[in-house]
Design a protein around this ligand. Structure first.
Ligand code: GUN
Ligand code: ZN
Length: 464
């Protein structure tokens, strides 16, 4: 643990402490020796001031540096982790989560497109944004990179709700001007880009909010829309704007892309051709990827979202971590729920599902590697690894506290597990519904399972 020595008595200016068992990552365990990649403290102390971690370390030594610390939340039978990061979800699909599928394209037609069409209505969008954020925070996720849909209302609703919690969220208007029902279709490529830029200027870096340019996937945009989206991305890339889309999820989708863009050698090249591949390009799924495409994703430092419960639920294909993390050209990978294609907003559940997805190919997936993808790996995929995803001095204080005795049966079962890694694996495999005890966003306890009002906005005067 890198213990930053901070000034004694720095907590005369209001500080908060969080004490308990803690685990955090500092490097990628797919690429270096696992013991070197994480820090585990059996009795740690995190000191927070103005929403940031100012000190962290073993309780006994750290407390001496902060004699003025008089407000500390102490957790026993629990593990403090960086807040989970969901690198790919569709908040607008929360109302159709768990709808029985068939193929991806039929599932979209039958459930997703009719539901997304309802987001013209701001009141409906507000309701869904509220439920989505509430469930996300209940599950310990503090940042999500999400799709809204075509309409301005859908973007405003989720950013407004995120602002109330002060969460670091990434979203944007979805661009889709062909092969989509009229009720969702952009009126023209030009207008869709004007609206995107207007929303980008309104929301990007407003508080903790970040904007993404989002062509749904290559088949639902005309070449003109992709071209304009690429131009916009190139213009705003160095200001931290994202490009978020789907890539190589299922063979039928890849075949469709080949038909629509016959001049491009592969699906990734379609995006690159239009200027949509860069450091903040986040590609969801990447289940069926050619070697040349991995190379491109590596060279451009793109982020990839592994969405295991969606892989299984939609039966699309399986993400292959051993391909993505090939030592000669590793790719940045985070975990995603892909709700509503995924069946839960719990990242802990995604970890359990990621294990099964790998096992389908005879590969095991170590719990420390999947926990890394769920926290620091996600931050790296989003190029936010200096801001969120770790418990270290200078980082934003987004944290989740997992209960190591979440219910009677799990508590009993965990008695038979010895190490913390074994316990975490069991927790991810059985993933009880209310495993998260508390969620902190920029140092505020926005979720507390035991509180009378479990969820509270950051600006609520009664919040701790
Ligand atoms: N590809 C294009 N749109 C979608 C979507 O909404 N969900 C998933 N899983 N894949 C997509
Ligand atoms: Zn998706």
């Amino acid at each position: 643990m890198n213990e930053t020595v901070t000034q004694t008595n720095s907590c005369e200016i209001h500080c908060k402490g969080i004490r308990g068992q803690l685990l955090t990552f500092k490097a990628d365990p797919f690429l270096c020796r696992e013991e070197k990649c994480h820090d585990y403290l059996s009795d740690g102390l995190i000191v927070i001031q103005d929403g940031r971690i100012i000190d962290v370390g073993d309780y006994g030594t750290t407390i001496k540096r902060h004699p003025g610390l008089n407000e500390t939340d102490t957790y026993s039978d629990a593990l403090i982790l960086p807040g989970f990061i969901d690198c790919h979800a569709h908040y607008v699909q929360a109302p159709v989560i768990g709808s029985s599928g068939n193929t991806l394209l039929r599932w979209l037609d039958r459930y997703v497109f009719p539901m997304e069409s309802r987001f013209r209505d701001k009141i409906f969008a507000d309701e869904v944004a509220r439920e989505f954020m509430a469930e996300m925070l209940t599950q310990g996720t503090t940042t999500a990179n999400v799709f809204s849909t075509t309409f301005e209302t859908s973007v405003d609703a989720i950013f407004e709700e995120s602002e109330r919690y002060n969460t670091r969220m990434i979203t944007g208007k979805v661009l889709q001007d062909r092969n989509i029902p009229d009720s969702l279709k952009d009126e023209s490529a030009e207008e869709s880009i004007l609206l995107t830029e207007k929303l980008l200027k309104k929301w990007h870096h407003r508080g903790r909010q970040l904007y993404a340019i989002i062509p749904r996937f290559a088949p639902t945009s005309t070449p003109r829309q992709l071209e304009l989206a690429g131009e916009l991305y190139q213009r705003y890339m160095d200001r931290g704007v994202y490009m978020h889309t789907h890539l190589d999820e299922v063979q039928s989708e890849i075949d469709w892309v080949t038909q629509l863009f016959p001049d491009q050698p592969n699906y990734t090249e379609v995006y690159r051709h239009f200027g949509l591949v860069g450091g903040r390009s986040i590609m969801a799924h990447c289940c069926i990827v050619r070697e040349e495409e991995w190379q491109t994703l590596h060279e451009n430092e793109c982020g990839v979202a592994h969405c295991p419960s969606s892989n299984l639920f939609l039966g699309d294909g399986e993400f292959k971590y051993w391909e993505a993390k090939e030592q000669s050209r590793p790719v940045r990978v985070g975990m995603g729920t892909d709700v509503g294609g995924g069946t839960s907003l719990s990242i802990l559940r995604q970890i359990g599902e990621a294990y099964k997805v790998a096992m389908m190919h005879g590969r095991s997936l170590d719990i420390m590697k999947s926990l890394y993808m769920a926290t620091r790996g996600g931050a790296e995929a989003l190029h936010l690894e200096h801001t969120i995803g770790s418990i270290a001095s200078g980082y934003e204080a987004d944290l989740t506290v997992l209960d190591l005795k979440p219910d009677r049966f799990a508590a009993w079962r965990l008695n038979f597990a010895e190490s913390i890694t074994e316990k975490l694996f069991v927790l991810s495999a059985i993933a009880p519904g209310f495993t998260v005890k508390a969620t902190y966003v920029a140092g505020r306890k926005v979720y507390d399972r035991e509180r009378k009002r479990p969820l509270m906005y950051a600006s609520d005067p009664d919040i701790s």
